[in-house]
Design a protein around this ligand. Structure first.
Ligand code: SF4
Length: 296
């Protein structure tokens, strides 16, 4: 079968740096043991498993403060998604050695929120409930950052309509089209709101490529972890903006033959936390399928 290797795809610089930092820490004998990662270093189980082979212990749970409760010694690595100031303070108070792998693009959003709240703004933050990135940003100014996921949340928001200073911003890995709709709802309800688009460049470029190049495919496979927000958003934008069927797969083993039945051209892309080796295996497998043997 013909394969369109959608480009750019895969690892972004924030993920590359976070993984590299974790590997460097794991190899440094002077770093206090045990070494923990607070949550998944990036949202991909294969990456997490690779780091655990180096002796790094992955800690998971509903929120980062409660995860930290069980940690009394050693080193803790903060993930690319960023953490709240409360988490940093708790880790230091527990005497832990802290290593910060927060992506600079996430840090920029934290700084933006801190600066705006210091100027008296209330922040409407578009993000995914339960994802670590909003948790970290909201912790920068408790009570002043109002999380919304969609226009319905904006309609239900209890923020006073007369609030003079309102700013709207967002999680870095959202769909730019979804965010536009939610931002429009914010502007309609709060015309005074200043909008600060914080979708990172890596996410935007991957989404644009998936939509533009995905249009030339009969079906698109997105290689990524189910917990990866940007991978899920790639599936969504291909379905909604390119008008093509799209499926999220963790690896080549999850491809279902019926998805490819009768198809001639398959687009392949991957989330920014997906190791390129997994994507290569998918490309190789699909290329090996003779188009004429695929049942319609
Ligand atoms: S997806 Fe964007 S914000 Fe997230 S790690 Fe990559 S560059 Fe940073």
């Amino acid at each position: 079968m013909d394969v369109i290797k959608i480009s750019p795809r895969g690892y972004c610089y924030g993920v590359v740096d976070a993984i590299q930092l974790a590997k460097t820490v794991a190899k440094d004998p002077n770093v206090p043991r045990p070494i923990y990662v607070l949550g998944q270093i990036v949202h991909n189980q294969h990456v997490v498993d690779g780091l655990s082979d180096l002796g790094i212990v992955n800690l998971d749970g509903s929120d980062r403060l409660s995860i930290l409760e069980g940690v009394t010694e050693g080193t803790v690595i903060f993930t690319a998604h960023g953490v709240s100031p409360q988490v940093k303070a708790r880790a230091r108070a527990s005497g832990l050695n802290c290593i910060d792998a927060t992506c600079p693009d996430v840090t920029r959003t934290h700084d933006l929120v801190v600066n705006l709240v210091a100027q008296g703004y209330e922040i409407i933050y578009v993000g995914k409930r339960g994802h670590p990135e909003p948790e970290g940003v909201m912790g920068e100014a408790p009570g002043h950052v109002h999380l919304v996921e969609n226009p319905a949340d904006v309609a239900a928001l209890q923020l006073d309509l007369d609030t003079p200073k309102i700013a709207a911003t967002n999680q870095t890995t959202l769909s730019q089209w979804d965010t536009e709709a939610t931002m429009a709802a914010i502007k309609q309800k709060y015309p005074q709101a200043e909008v600060h688009n914080e979708i990172c460049l890596a996410t935007q470029l991957r989404q644009n490529a998936a939509v533009q190049q995905g249009q030339n495919a009969d079906v698109v496979l997105v290689v990524g972890d189910r917990r990866s927000n940007n991978s899920n958003r790639l599936v969504q934008v291909v379905q909604e903006k390119a008008g093509r069927p799209a499926y999220l797969i963790d690896s080549v083993a999850e491809i279902r033959p019926e998805w490819l039945a009768g198809k001639r051209v398959v687009g392949v892309t991957s989330g920014s936390s997906t190791p390129s080796e997994l994507t290569r295996e998918v490309v190789k497998y699909v290329e090996s399928l003779p188009a004429e043997s695929v049942p319609a």
